[in-house]
Design a protein around this ligand. Sequence first.
Ligand code: AMP
Ligand code: MG
Length: 413
Amino acid sequence: MAIHDCDSQPGLRPYLDARHEMLSRLEAITDSTPVSLEQALNRILADDILSPLDVPSFANSAMDGYALRAADVTDEAALTLIGTSLAGHPFNGSIGPGECVRIMTGAALPLGADAVVMQENCRSEHNIIYPRGPVTEGRHVRLPAEDLAQGERVFAAGTRINARVLSVLSSLGLEQIYVQRQLTVALLSTGDELKSPGELLAPGDIYDSNRIGVGAMLERLGIRVIDYGIIQDDPALIRQAFIKAATEADALITSGGVSVGDADYTKQVLEEVGRIGFWKLAIKPGKPFAFGHINNCPFFGLPGNPVSAAVTFHLLVRPALATLAGETLKPTPLLQAKALMPFKKSPGRMDFQRGTVSTQADGSLGVVAAGAQSSAVFSAMAEANCLLHLEQDRGNVSEGDMVTLELIDGLYW
Ligand code: AMP
Ligand code: MG
């Protein structure tokens, strides 16, 4: 008989199932827009990028030294220096037997030359160069199209343009590229207890952190946010906001109100004005996460607890938004690390505990909990650099056991 902890239930939907089902119900937007490279950072390529030219487009030197004919470099070689090739200022003539040209990194290889000897391996006296060999043909020469050939596919549609991609796009001389239209997401928090920063807290109130936190993650993903603010726990107000958001945005993200408390109206209103795809997953934190649609607008109901909201955003909403935006999802690299302390875990739900992973003296990875694991303790979340992926059926983790984790530092959250 399976053992379940007091707040897990049999019949909850496993994480990967739910994620798969959700992604299969989402369709990428198809509108694209031209942008200059200056505006392209963090956008998603709408088309494949084919190289308009060979990169490099001409043979050039990988070193500062002398361009020559490899066959000339014998023990007694004494070559006549006949000119210079600088980056941007090629040597115009060609090299004959017994001749060489001073050449700098990136400068075009002169006609007749087939190799470069680095200057550290040459002695120079009165325009006579004494290279130390042997030298093979092609030594220190970057060949045309060595990096990219004209017509070659450089990036596939669906690639997110980061600084490295941008740098390669620039090397192709492209002025304008087509990217997917920017997604617009409506974001709101529900809860009578929530106040915005700057407001006074009445007894029982707390500051809304999910809207700011999730908003920041959306912004880092290049998504335009329509801020619907804080909506009171009132079904009529929630209904009104949902209906408006579904007409204005490509997706709606809410936080709070998806549990089974007396003031949890989010799921109820979703059922009234739209349809639920699923609710309640076999995950911790984030069990009450809800997914659905209002007309054609995808709906993501994050739990109110800030840790649950952030973790479910990462595990479910981020891949969903990527799919909507037309971004090709890359598998998350998972690492194995040794637990340097015990982790409490009950079978029944996949547990994404927050951890701090570091490299040990022997070069292996070790992980400790990043503070308290309660989903109400957000400060530990900010400290963590990884999320443990503790398998659904797994029980307690003993010190020394191996665990699976993913790095979260330096990502968008
Ligand atoms: P709920 O999902 O609405 O039942 O909320 C669960 C817990 O998260 C409660 O302790 C709420 O006060 C808290 N909470 C809900 N929304 C937010 C929010 N936007 N920021 C911070 N805490 C929240
Ligand atoms: Mg609430």
